[in-house]
Design a protein around this ligand. Sequence first.
Ligand SMILES: [Cu+2]
Length: 142
Amino acid sequence: MGVRLSCLASVAWLALIAAHSAFAANFTVMVGQNGSGQSAFAFNPSALTIHTGDSVTFTNFCPGGSCGFHNVDSTGGPTPFKCSVNCASTNTPNSTAWSDVVTFPTQGTITYQCDQHFSFGMTGTINVLSSVPVRLQSFEVN
Ligand SMILES: [Cu+2]
């Protein structure tokens, strides 16, 4: 009886780990906002930890409809990106209410900046951890 209970507990634990790795999450980084939610040459949050397969929505902060002149441009790490109005042709600092989603498939630390304001400390990091791979092939419950 004790052995059977122990097996059931193990199955439940595996199921929780699998659920974590199976669903990618989306995180938001506010561009031009500090940790207190105020307009600043900053990202909120400036340091973010996610897992492979997760995505980040970078959104230009526009209090009262007035947006800062910003972009997000990676300066290191496995997933390069440069975005403002979009992440391809119109990606230099821009003062419209832009928002872009970037997906991070690879483990590593990404550093990024606003090209207009990095000298004022407008930089951020995204630490991408590997998702836990789980292959649950079969189990029986008696
Ligand atoms: Cu900026």
